[in-house]
Each structure stands twice: as C-alpha cells, then as structure tokens.
Ligand binder design. Sequence first.
Ligand code: ZN
Length: 76
Amino acid sequence: MDERRDPPPESVTRTAAIPPGARLSPLQQAYSRYVTHTTGCDHCRDIDRGWCEKSERLHREWKRQETAAVRGLAGT
Ligand SMILES: [Zn+2]
C-alpha cells in the first residue's frame, strides 16, 4: 500500500521575475525575491527534497509586506 505516485504536473503560471533596477514597491520587491528564488532554486523545484528554509523566509517577508501594504491602504 505504499504506492508511489508522481506529483501532478504543475499548471501554475507565475509572473515572470522583474528585472533588477526597476522601481518597485517593497511588496513587489519581496514578491520578486521570492519568485526569483523559487524558480531558480534546485531545492524548491524538487518536490522530493521537502521545504526550503530560504523560500519560507522569503515567503514570510512577502506576506509581511503584503499585510503592511493592506494596512497602508486601509489607513487612508
Ligand atoms: Zn529554495
């Protein structure tokens, strides 16, 4: 009963990483760092290797920036 199944093909299309030098908000920068890492990291791209600590950290930072941005919008 330990049948190994291949992961389903990834159908998610991600926004392309933004070129360096472009003027971005902190939220966009955090997102760009996260996407740039996950699309270029062997660890993140290999589902069998488990969770990538750096990816987790970048994801948390992105979400933190998102929360801050939403708070900023709500405050106006
Ligand atoms: Zn990674």
